[in-house]
Design a protein around this ligand. Structure first.
Ligand SMILES: Nc1ncnc2c1ncn2[C@@H]1O[C@H](COP(=O)(O)OP(=O)(O)OP(=O)(O)O)[C@@H](O)[C@H]1O
Ligand SMILES: O=C(O)[C@H](O)COP(=O)(O)O
Length: 403
């Protein structure tokens, strides 16, 4: 049974550390999608109103265990303050003097945000003892711990796992809301059940496919992920995103899909660009002709093509349950956003349950003008929701009592 906030007892006057996933997309200092900040507000408002002294912690991006200004949470503190309508004290470090001063200065109902957890090597250390050492320094800043960063719950990291062992801990409201919907997808998805995969974290997400194949009726592969499949079928993919060391694994998935009778749908066309940029020249090409443009092997596939988009949309629309993770192309560049838009539109037309998972996927649908309410659920977790659907035991959930 997942422990919830009620299990922590009275909160007034207590220093409550809340692990959120405020890993939002940034363009310089500008937050391009604040969905993950908004999703954290329910828990934070509840703690504020209960008179807790709230200490918010999060990572942003993947800095290398040392401070790096481009991954600072300062813009997030500013946005959090606007959304809460409350001052947010921002500490320029995580376990140093600035954090101690910020937390020490909190009154009941106040809130502070500490700097990016991943500026400290202990947060993501492989060695258990190193993570534990960092977690114990974090634990000194709080009396209680609320884990609400669903997007990071698949990571065995100090602020997700060890900290929850060190302090009385419970799941926050976002965490429980996410689990309620995703549980429906694992327990009894209504058929036909389709999963759509794309995005750029290819090696992170390929592993999920083997576990999903026995559970789904159709699996559609687009985004950066498609090129490893196309290459596995013998197609040259130019300079597109490719995980060469995964080719054998992918061949295994293709064979397994056939054996299980799963409809594994790969793109038939792609938009090939001269370079990775918003204004690059581009042409639609069949997937066996990616290198047949004037750019030859330097051409890059940046979106699924129109014929593929049409086919994907048809499969999605005729499904009763759909889970989608990972944009179909580089949606941040308008010329390569068509595939993502077509799939998003089809999801809004599903007569059943449609779930969008992932920080970038959620950002994509919003950037393309789709309102959250047009989907059954928008999950803040990309990798996390996929690993949950795989049926994996997630460290950040187990430590909260989830079986
Ligand atoms: N063909 C492609 N080549 C390169 N990048 C691509 C391609 N297609 C999509 N992308 C990129 O994939 C990124 C999103 O991938 P990611 O796997 O991180 O998605 P997510 O699961 O929604 O996010 P998260 O895992 O952070 O929650 C986008 O920034 C998009 O530009
Ligand atoms: O964006 C995400 O999926 C989460 O914030 C986790 O980030 P990570 O993949 O860098 O651990």
């Amino acid at each position: 049974m997942l422990r919830t906030i009620e299990s922590l007892g009275p909160l007034a006057g207590k220093r409550v550390i809340v692990r959120c996933d405020l890993n939002v997309p940034l363009d310089g200092q500008v937050i391009t999608d604040d969905g993950r900040i908004r999703a954290s507000l329910t828990t934070l408002n509840e703690l504020i109103h209960a008179g807790a002294r709230t200490v918010v912690i999060s990572h942003l991006g993947r800095p290398d265990g040392a401070p790096d200004a481009k991954y600072s949470l300062a813009p997030v503190a500013q946005r959090l303050c606007e959304l809460l309508g409350n001052p947010v004290v921002f500490a320029s470090d995580t376990v140093g003097q600035a954090a101690k001063d910020a937390v020490g200065g909190l009154e009941d109902g106040d809130i502070a945000l500490l700097e990016n957890l991943r500026f400290n090597p202990g947060e993501t250390a492989r060695d258990d003892a190193d993570r534990r050492e960092f977690a114990s320094r974090l634990a000194e800043l709080g009396d209680l711990f609320v884990s609400d960063g669903f997007g990071v719950v698949h990571r065995k990291q100090a602020s997700v796992f060890e900290l929850a062992e060190l302090l009385p801990s419970a799941a926050g409201r976002l965490m429980t809301a996410e689990l309620e919907v995703l549980d429906r997808l694992t327990e009894s998805p209504q058929k036909p059940y389709t999963v759509v995969l794309g995005g750029s974290k290819v090696s992170d997400k390929l592993g999920v496919i083997g576990h999903l194949l026995p559970r789904v009726d159709s699996l559609l592969i687009g985004g950066g992920m498609m090129f490893t499949f196309l290459a596995a079928q013998g197609h040259p993919v130019g300079s597109s995103l490719l995980e060469e060391d995964q080719l054998d694994t992918v061949r295994g998935y293709l064979a397994e899909a056939e054996r299980l009778g799963v409809d594994l749908v790969l793109p038939v066309d792609t938009i090939v660009a001269s370079a990775f940029s918003a204004d690059a020249d581009h042409e639609v090409r069949a997937v066996d002709a990616i290198e047949d443009t004037a750019w030859g092997a330097s051409g890059i596939g940046l979106d699924i093509g129109p014929e593929t988009a049409k086919r994907f949309a048809e499969v999605v629309r005729s499904s009763t349950t759909v889970f989608w993770n990972g944009p179909m192309g580089v949606f941040e560049f308008p010329a390569f956003s068509g595939g993502t838009k077509a799939v998003a539109q089809a999801l809004t037309e599903v007569d059943g349950l449609s779930v969008v998972g992932g920080g970038d996927s959620a950002a994509a649908v919003r950037a393309l003008g789709f309102d959250d309410s047009r989907f059954g659920h928008i999950s803040t977790g990309g990798g996390a929701s996929l690993e949950f659907l795989e049926g994996k035991r997630l460290p950040g959930l187990e430590v909260l009592g989830w079986q």
